[in-house]
Design a protein around this ligand. Structure first.
Ligand code: AP5
Length: 214
């Protein structure tokens, strides 16, 4: 299964990817997580990426394309992958096509999660992530049993730097302008599976499973 998760910030790509890993046993490739890892480690890539991420802008295409190209060549991707947050621009989609062609592979499904803008802001301002294991929560919709503590590993929960309301608005504008053209790009190929992202987490997962297991 070679799959792309497309959708605006807060639409639940990361949440659904975590559930898909368990069901389909393929790795999640989240460019956002890889970049945040580099920011945390203060690598040259992280220092450069942080300047864009803090403003809600996209990191330059050549940087993320290189990251994904290398990651797809790791052996755990042999049985498939879930791309979460990539591609986000037409040049990224074209670069992905040529990388996959070189590898004699292709994309099976592009799951496009559709959402209301107001709901996205609520989801992002309430998101909390475990510093240790990366599991995600929401202070209202999916709270941990103990405030600020991860149910799975006991790690501290933190709020992402780019989940401030002003930065969220910038991210949503960037999505509209730079990423929505990909919907048409993949629709034309017959790969697009659009899913209503409003509703319970498990209910959305069932809709995705139904769309891709047909
Ligand atoms: P990235 O980390 O990819 O962020 P994003 O696309 O903005 O998406 P999010 O992670 O914010 O949301 P999500 O859709 O995964 O939702 P989630 O499941 O967390 O990118 C961050 C930055 O990195 C970018 O701005 C850019 O600078 C850079 N970057 C990354 N990739 C790049 C690329 N390809 N090119 C250039 N730059 C790139 O859910 C959100 C919250 O809602 C959670 O709290 C969750 O618990 C809750 N929730 C989820 N589903 C539901 C539900 N059904 N009901 C109620 N609550 C729910």
């Amino acid at each position: 299964m070679n799959l792309i998760l497309l959708g605006p910030p807060g639409s639940g790509k990361g949440t659904q990817a975590q559930m898909m890993i368990e069901r389909y046993h393929v790795p999640q490739i989240s460019t956002g997580d890889i970049l945040r890892g580099a920011v945390k480690e203060k690598t040259p890539l992280g220092i450069e990426a942080k300047r864009y991420m803090d403003q809600g802008k996209l990191v330059p295409d050549e940087v993320v394309v290189g990251i994904v190209r290398d990651r797809l060549k790791v052996s755990d991707c042999n049985s498939g992958f879930i791309l979460d947050g990539f591609p986000r621009t037409l040049p990224q989609a074209e670069a992905l096509d040529s990388t996959l062609k070189e590898m004699e592979r292709g994309i099976d499904h592009v799951v496009n999660i559709e959402m209301d803008k107001d709901e996205l802001i609520k989801r992002l301002t309430g998101r909390r992530t475990c510093r240790r294991c990366g599991v995600m929560y929401h202070i209202i919709f999916d709270p941990p049993k103990k405030d600020g503590i991860c149910d799975k590993c006991g790690g501290d929960l933190y709020q992402r730097d780019d989940d401030k309301e002003e930065t969220i608005k910038a991210r949503l504008q960037v999505y509209e302008k730079q990423t929505t053209p990909l919907i048409e790009y993949y629709r034309k190929r017959g790969a697009l599976r659009s899913i209503d992202g409003m509703g319970e987490i498990k209910e959305i997962f069932q809709k995705i499973a139904k769309a891709i297991e047909l």
